[in-house]
Design a protein around this ligand. Structure first.
Ligand SMILES: [Zn+2]
Length: 386
């Protein structure tokens, strides 16, 4: 069979639509919250056999607390030293076990619903079907080598998989991230903010609020002033947001609070801004010099910046879409993914190649079924052109 044109590829995937939906359904029905290792491992085992059936060499990276991370390598028909394209995804979801009974996997109004259906089980299914098709069109050997890595802890920060992701990215020519597309127009993501998390702890001195008020040093008052000061660091024009998302402190109404703390989420578009904010948070001035403050934490995901390599990948994807008669938009988003790690290493990364839908992490999470063939065609044609 000759390698089909992009529009022939789309026709092929239109015929495969029901099969793709069936795969997504199978993956959604195996619930896989990040914090339940046996559950994620169950999904990993099913996926390992799906990739092995296609001829992939499967490697399991054991993880102690989280599910094992799954890698599958497919050879290409080109030179032996040709670098692979890395397809990056995650198997974990944010939904606790049992959610499926309240949010069953069902089809309504052209959408498939279910926990994790958009983020990102449809992305995994698209990768499976794209690889299967490419093997078929190329007589069992892919046009270029592909490595797929599916991690199990992305929704909780990727601490246990980050090193694996970075090692594989360094060996790859480009990274394609299977996270959902942005918005119902299906844009791919060419930049993502970096994410930092800090904890600010204030220590004061406890005292009876009636008998010894003046002997107390209120950690709560100090924290409140610090929060006001920290909120001045927001600079929307530069894409810097600082959100004190959680605070706590004190023991009772009649005690001057000895302790108070806040958790701060910082998002930046550029690495330089992260360093600047970090410096400012670590040199906060005390309002009450009888209190003490301690700042801990730092960067979790570096920003994914729109480098020349990222832009070139977008151009390739956009050309594929042109041939299919639609305009592929690009988006810049505030949320992070594992693509932030690979882009920060300088490896060309394009994100948002997964399903199109809405409601990620929410009760109405769903994918648009009629968009699936187009996403599969985009994925397979893009990979072939890298
Ligand atoms: Zn995701």
């Amino acid at each position: 069979m000759n390698v089909p044109s992009v529009s022939e590829q789309l026709r092929y995937f239109r015929k495969q639509q029901a099969k793709i939906v069936k795969t997504i359904r199978q993956l959604v029905e195996i619930e896989s919250p990040s914090d339940v290792k046996p559950a994620v491992d169950r999904l990993g085992t099913v996926l390992a056999s799906r990739f092995a059936e296609l001829g992939g060499r499967v490697r399991v990276h054991p993880a102690e607390k989280f599910g094992n991370h799954l890698q599958a390598d497919f050879k290409g028909r080109g030179p032996r030293d040709q670098k692979p394209v890395l397809l990056l995804g995650h198997m974990d979801t944010v939904y606790p076990i049992g959610t499926i009974s309240k949010m069953p996997c069902r089809v309504t109004k052209g959408r498939l619903h279910g926990p994790g259906v958009l983020d990102m089980k449809s992305g995994i299914a698209l990768a499976l079907h794209a690889i299967e098709a490419m093997l078929k069109w190329n007589r069992g050997k892919l046009p270029l080598p592909i490595t797929i890595l599916l991690v199990s802890d992305e929704e909780v920060g990727s601490a246990s998989s980050r090193a694996i992701t970075e090692t594989l990215a360094r060996k790859s020519s480009a990274v394609v991230v299977l996270e959902p597309a942005s918005g119902l127009e299906g844009a791919v993501k060419t930049s993502r903010k970096g994410i930092c998390e800090y904890t600010l702890k204030v220590t004061g001195k406890a005292a009876h609020s009636g008998l010894d008020f003046e002997k107390g040093q209120s950690a709560i008052v100090e924290l409140a002033k610090q929060i006001w000061q920290i909120s001045q660091l927001v600079d929307l024009r530069r894409g810097i947001t600082v959100n004190v998302g959680k605070m706590s402190g004190g023991t009772r109404a009649n005690v001057v609070a000895a302790e108070a703390s806040a958790v701060i989420d910082v998002r930046v578009s550029r690495m330089g801004d992260a360093l600047e904010i970090d410096g400012k948070l670590r040199s906060l001035k005390l309002f009450n010099r009888n209190c003490r403050i301690a700042v801990s934490g730092g960067m979790n995901r570096p920003p994914m910046e729109r480098t020349a390599g990222v832009a070139a990948l977008y151009e390739k994807a956009s050309a594929v879409a042109d041939e299919l008669g639609w305009k592929l938009e690009e988006a810049s988003v505030g949320g992070g993914s594992d693509g932030n790690f690979t882009a920060a290493l300088g490896i060309p990364t394009l994100d948002g190649l997964g399903g199109v839908g809405e409601g990620a992490h929410a009760e109405h999470e769903s994918v648009v079924i009629s968009e699936l063939p187009r996403r599969a065609a985009l994925l397979s044609a893009l990979i072939t052109r890298i």
